[in-house]
Design a binder for this molecule. Structure first.
Ligand SMILES: Cc1ncc(COP(=O)(O)O)c(C=O)c1O
Length: 421
């Protein structure tokens, strides 16, 4: 049996159960932005392997740090124990976070980081003797796959089979229309039962790279501050430079009560996530009463190997070389957008930092859009990995993408858009 035949026998891949999806592609090596398959074909990973990779695949600096840590301490229970990789990571991260973020809670993926922030905010109010259990989020929100994260997110084909089991949350208009979003938020918060407002700052990823302005986000957060409602910034996708700053919330004056991060946290090397919060939140859980404690902990919480990968990734991210690469990507995206914007097939083209999204005129939009699979396959055939979100093609590259590689990604997209027009 070939590898692909064995794969088909055993493996249940995400998102590809439809018979039209075809077999999975065996990847044998990753180097820089390139993924190499078993026939030696290479693919430019223009989506950073689901938005996780920052510095390229199998980066030797991260790999060496991971190897050294494996020989030193691979894992230890994190309840009642600690280690220097976890402490060093928090120390290093706190230099980039809003100054109010004082405490760090580890988990293993973005959905868990969100789930933890949701649970902490409800319990925060409970510990203070108040019952506030409702969440407000944005129209189109995506916060992950666990039940809490799904409940906070917008209802979609992803959550539809579970709709009977999701708790209710309220979705205010997407803040492209700032006034409608601000007014709606004020109305919801006035009801007095909202635990927290959760948002993807500046860019909604899964909804199709929908973007809104820092000034608008600042206004929404200010509404929450004025109403005494907690703010959860879900930076699982936007964190680690994607929006042009290390965190998207670095672009706003208001500070969130919680920040969720994962994906780029370990440079895309190992599953790791963090929920950070203020000392005010933390203090509400302190005391002699076990009922007030946050009784939540995953087996691999604070995994030292993940932590050293994250420290190494941050070392690379902080380098001027990487910051310059991010600025170059943003500048080149802008030139590309100017070049193609008059193509008839384009409905909208938008950019924030290193992410550019091209929304096509299409009969159907959303994840089930028919154009999606066709675009995906044709880009792959040209040696570029792009996974359109419905009728939205986007580039979200690792920062090490070379000038010729980025040129190729643009050319492949432009060629397809001309073909489609
Ligand atoms: C904004 C946001 N939050 C949460 C998640 C869930 O993260 P994970 O897939 O690591 O559970 C994602 C994943 O794409 C995301 O984009």
């Amino acid at each position: 049996m070939t590898l692909v035949e064995k794969d088909q026998k055993y493996i249940w891949h995400p998102f590809t159960q439809m018979k039209t999806a075809g077999a999975a592609l065996p990847i044998v090596k990753g180097v820089g932005t390139l993924l190499i398959d078993d026939k030696d074909n290479s693919y430019i990973d223009a989506i950073s392997s689901w938005w996780v990779n920052l510095h390229g695949h199998s980066h030797p600096y991260i790999a060496e740090k991971v190897y050294a840590q494996m020989l030193q301490l691979e894992h230890v229970v994190f309840a009642g124990f600690t280690h220097s990789p976890a402490v060093e990571l928090c120390e290093k991260l706190s230099k980039h976070l809003p100054s109010n973020q004082g405490k760090f809670f580890f988990s293993g993926d973005g959905s868990s980081a969100v789930e933890i922030a949701l649970k902490m905010s409800v319990q925060y109010w409970k510990n203070k003797g108040e019952s506030k259990t409702r969440f407000v989020a944005l129209d189109g929100a995506y916060h992950g796959e666990t039940f809490g994260a799904m409940s906070a997110g917008a209802r979609s084909i992803f959550s539809a089979p579970f709709s009977d089991l999701l708790f209710e949350s309220t979705h205010i208009p997407f803040p492209k229309d700032e006034e409608a979003a601000v007014e709606s938020l004020k109305v919801e918060l006035a009801k007095g039962d909202v635990a927290a407002f959760i948002f993807e700052p500046l860019i909604q990823g899964a909804a199709g790279m929908r973007m809104y302005k820092p000034e608008t986000l600042n206004k929404l957060m200010k509404v929450c501050k004025d109403a005494g409602v907690l703010c959860i910034a879900d930076e699982v996708m936007t964190g680690f430079g994607r929006t042009g700053t290390i965190f998207a919330v670095n672009q706003v004056a208001e500070e969130p009560d919680f920040i969720c991060m994962s994906k780029g946290l370990s440079g895309g090397t190992l599953p790791l996530s963090l929920t950070t919060c203020t000392n005010t939140i933390y203090d509400a859980f302190l005391g002699d009463d076990i009922q007030k404690a946050f009784l939540h902990g995953h087996s691999f919480t604070g995994n030292p190997i993940g932590c050293v990968a994250a420290i190494a990734s941050l070392d690379l991210l902080e380098k001027e070389e990487c910051q310059e690469a991010m600025r170059n990507i943003a500048a080149r995206h802008k030139i590309f957008a100017e070049r193609i914007k008059s193509l008839d097939i384009i409905k909208d083209i938008r950019q924030t930092g290193t992410i550019i999204a091209i929304e096509l005129k299409a009969d159907s939009s959303g994840y089930a859009s028919t154009i999606r699979q066709q675009l995906y396959q044709s880009f792959l055939a040209e040696g570029v990995l792009l996974r359109p979100l419905g009728n939205v093609i986007y580039i979200l590259p690792p920062y090490c993408i070379t000038e010729p590689e980025l040129t190729k990604v643009y050319e492949v997209i432009e060629k397809k858009l001309i073909e489609l027009k």
